[in-house]
Ligand binder design. Structure first.
Ligand SMILES: C[S@@+](CC[C@H](N)C(=O)[O-])C[C@H]1O[C@@H](n2cnc3c(N)ncnc32)[C@H](O)[C@@H]1O
Length: 234
């Protein structure tokens, strides 16, 4: 039986935290890392190490988690590299020539996070299938902090990562959000901070090449080819 040790997820049922990721969100990222066998994570914004602890548990002892924060963050394990600096000054050499497979944005500084992304891209330090994860992309159902403002979709408590998602989607990234509808009556939790995952989706290669027909015909052609293949196999 597969055993997942999730003892590091210690929040109360309501997950009413402000700052760290919520446990449901941690579980979601844990599953992405385990499912994709990701071993190298860079997080921007470490705070007290709650998200780092989850990343370390997910990547296991063979993996590496880099945490960048302007303020001191405790090193939790040997494979936890803490970089105390402003994200905007993060140098690719800080990352020991690693290819980052999951890049987690949680410091609410648009310029720093966008610069990190473009630097890593320029220096070819992102894995081909890199997964970007942005925290605090959901709205809250009420004004949970003084600076939150109302939109058609609830109260925006952090605007930076939401804007990054919009800009990156406009730039060709594909997004999926682990959001809980703020208009729903949330019975067990007061709010969901929200996590959005971005990937550059590359069409699946189904082994069908050189087709130049218009899309509708092409689709029919592809399905016919696939059907024939299955018929051939049976
Ligand atoms: C929301 S907290 C991170 C929470 C953490 N990821 C977790 O889930 O436990 C944001 C952190 O970003 C850091 N921070 C703010 N601006 C930053 C910047 N420009 N570069 C690096 N870290 C920054 C803050 O010091 C703070 O610790």
């Amino acid at each position: 039986m597969v055993f997942y040790n999730l003892e590091h997820l210690t929040q109360e049922d309501r997950q009413e935290v402000s700052g760290p990721i919520q446990d449901d969100e941690a579980l979601f990222m844990f599953a992405i890392i385990r499912g994709m066998q990701i071993e190298t994570v860079l997080e921007i914004g470490g705070l007290n190490g709650y998200s780092a602890r989850n990343f370390l548990a997910a990547v296991g002892p063979e993996g590496t988690v880099f945490t960048c924060d302007v303020n001191p963050v405790a090193q939790i394990a040997n494979n936890h590299v803490v970089l105390i600096k402003n994200g905007i000054e993060l140098d690719p050499s800080d990352l020991k020539q690693s290819k980052i497979e999951l890049l987690f944005f949680d410091c609410h500084d648009y310029d720093a996070q966008m610069k990190i992304l473009s630097n890593l891209q320029k220096n070819k330090m992102l894995a081909d299938r890199v997964v970007l994860v942005l925290h605090d992309t959901n709205t809250h159902p009420y004004q949970s902090v003084p600076w939150a403002f109302e939109t058609t979709d609830g109260y925006v408590h952090q605007v930076v990562e939401r804007q990054m998602v919009n800009d990156l989607v406009a730039d060709g990234w594909h997004a999926f959000s682990l959001h809980t509808d703020s208009k729903k009556l949330l019975r067990n939790i007061p709010y969901r901070h929200g996590v959005t995952v971005l990937t550059k989706f590359v069409l699946f290669d189904n082994g069908i090449h050189g087709v130049v027909e218009p899309t509708s015909k092409r689709r029919k052609g592809i399905f016919r080819t696939i059907k024939n293949r299955y018929q051939d196999m049976s």
